[in-house]
Design a protein around this ligand. Sequence first.
Ligand code: NAD
Length: 350
Amino acid sequence: MKLLITGGCGFIGSAVVRLAIAEKHRVVNLDALTYAGSRSNVASCEDNPRYTFEHADIRDRAALDRIFAEHQPEAVMHLAAESHVDRSIDGPGDFIETNVVGTYNMLEAARAYWTGLRGMAKAAFRFHHISTDEVFGALGERGLFTETSPYQPNSPYSASKAGSDHLVRAWGETYGLPVLLTNCSNNYGPFHFPEKLIPVVILNALAGRDIPVYGAGENVRDWLFVEDHAKALLTVVARGTVGETYNIGGNAEARNIDLVRQICALIDEMRPGNEPRETLIRFVTDRPGHDYRYAIDASKIRTELGWQPSVTLEEGLRRTVAWYLENTGWWQDIAARGAELRRLGLGASA
Ligand code: NAD
């Protein structure tokens, strides 16, 4: 397939781009290269004749029209977004602009392009919107989010993603645009920007800095190794039923504090130090509106499309810690960008 992938220089997008290229697809990677995106994340694809990079912003409708016309994609995988909950609390404006207005622009550009297609090309076209389980709000001790769970977003980030999900659904219902939607739990793995919980823990533990954990660390998340998510997304864009939503999850729930202790123990094992790393854990004031628990029922994608996670949390964490140990240049470059350095010890989040 010829895929137009937005946000392909970010954490999950770059995993999708790398896998799509490995699976012999053609890829046009559209990315604005915000603080969260880097071409180094897809350096392994840059010289591939099936890969093209388009430096563009999804808030720029004219740029989107040009890219659709020039590249004639067979499917869109829309991942570009502002993705960090803490940043959305500090400054929600960018989240509304990119996640809501940017998605609206993508839908309109895709609709104009799709309307002009004919025959097989028109029948085969797909617009796959990639979203989060955070749109469903928080769970208590029990229960799982399903594809029919009500939307109850609690943070500006999740509200902006919920808004984008609703637009996608409406463009399918109203205009007949062939849309697919996926909602996934927390991802982790290589190339994860060092403002999110797992890389903050790894890098602070390695540097002997305090490891901040929100509240009492009792919030529960379901974790999915990013390469498993990329496989799920390529499965859905190729074989999912148009108009359907699929939940994607790792079937790997963990309390934040247990996850942090597990990472500390892995680092102690892989890079022995003088003190156990968990002595660096510091509990910090909780995030406002912090959702207690997210958990996913991913039985629909398993039964209908045959996808399920292949990497356990234990194995995925081991691979992730090993990747950060081997790729010091990658995160040191980010730290050297200055402002981000100040965030490394702050606001660890999941
Ligand atoms: P990320 O922040 O690592 O990457 C986002 C990418 O989008 C970056 O490359 C950035 O440059 C690009 N981008 C941002 N604004 C843009 C704009 N206006 N125009 C063009 N490009 C722009 O995010 P991520 O963690 O890889 O998440 C990707 C997608 O997956 C998002 O839509 C997110 O909501 C969703 N998601 C993330 C998770 C998770 O755990 N990280 C879980 C479920 C769903």
